[in-house]
Design a protein around this ligand. Structure first.
Ligand code: PLP
Length: 287
């Protein structure tokens, strides 16, 4: 496996960054998770726009143009002979001194990693998953926006740890006011009376690229699909619940905090949406 590291492809075991890198010292940097299906990088442009917007919001200058970054992604797939893969792009503030001041950093560091991935075992897409709600809260939108996909993922990690402690694959994150925001690394949809609802960005959800694709797929398939604010109660009494994300794709949720959702198996809307999503991923992207 070859990793892209600041202009070179290096072997995985040689792909190392300095302990003085502010991405390591302070979580000072941004990242993206992208997926390729059969040689087609799904919505690469949207991922790169989000990466550059995340960087802009933290005053981090990415040393490449979007076109150059597109090439980095494609080359990383090519040199690893990967047609279908998960791609991680990381831009860190780079190497500086021990102080927090980013002015000591000589320039941003760019890393791209591509590897085969499936987040959940295939059978979980058939059976659906159980989740719990976490006590950790989404950081407030008015401080560091959840739209900034930064290397500071501690609240998400705490949510994942709560899932682990409960013995389930994922947990639900509320915002400080108790409204449902998202999972540790995926967005949530509830379905009620054939209508799909997902929390708006200002509640504290990342405006996921999969989520946005699902809003389109749902409308194409004749469903009403909207952004809306809801609480855990609405999740408990939903007809169906599913999570979306680059890694998770579309996965049904069949139990939340012990409450069985619908019939306790992924519902027909979830399955329809998953089928719609799988049919677009091979076409909707960059070859
Ligand atoms: N929410 C968070 C916090 C994430 O990290 C991710 C993954 O990127 C998502 C949601 C899903 O977003 P996307 O569909 O763009 O992968």
């Amino acid at each position: 496996q070859l990793i892209y590291l600041d202009g070179d492809f290096v072997k995985k075991e040689d792909a190392k960054v300095s302990v003085y890198d502010h991405g390591f010292l302070y979580g000072d940097g941004v990242f993206e998770g992208i997926r390729a299906y059969n040689g087609n990088v799904f919505r690469l442009e949207e991922h790169l726009v989000r990466l550059y917007e995340s960087a802009k919001s933290i005053l981090l200058e990415i040393p490449y143009t979007i076109e150059e970054m597109t090439d980095v992604v494609k080359q990383t797939l090519r040199v690893n002979s990967l047609q279908s893969a998960y791609i991680r792009l990381i831009v860190s503030r780079g190497v500086g001194n021990l102080g927090i001041d980013p002015r000591s950093c000589k320039g941003a560091s760019v890393i791209a990693i591509a590897e085969p991935l499936s987040l959940f075992p295939a059978e979980l897409y058939e059976t659906g998953i159980e989740i719990v709600s976490a006590s950790s809260r989404r950081n407030r939108s008015d401080v560091l926006s959840p739209k900034t996909k930064s290397l500071n993922y501690l609240n998400n990690i705490l949510v994942k740890i709560e899932a682990n402690l409960a013995g389930v694959p994922e947990a639900l994150m509320m915002n400080a006011d108790g409204y449902v925001a998202e999972g540790s690394s995926d967005n949530i949809f509830i379905v009620k009376d054939n209508k799909l609802i997902t929390p708006p960005g200002y509640i504290g959800a990342l405006e996921g690229i999969t989520r946005n694709a699902i809003l389109e797929v749902a409308k194409e398939r004749g469903y009403e699909a909207v952004e809306g604010v809801f609480t855990r109660h609405d999740v408990y009494v939903a007809d169906e619940v599913f999570l979306t994300g680059t890694a998770a794709e579309v996965i049904g949720v069949v139990k939340v905090d012990g409450r069985v959702i619908g019939e306790g198996i992924p519902g027909k809307v979830t399955n329809d949406i998953l089928e719609g999503f799988r049919s677009i991923v091979n076409n909707d992207g960059v070859k």
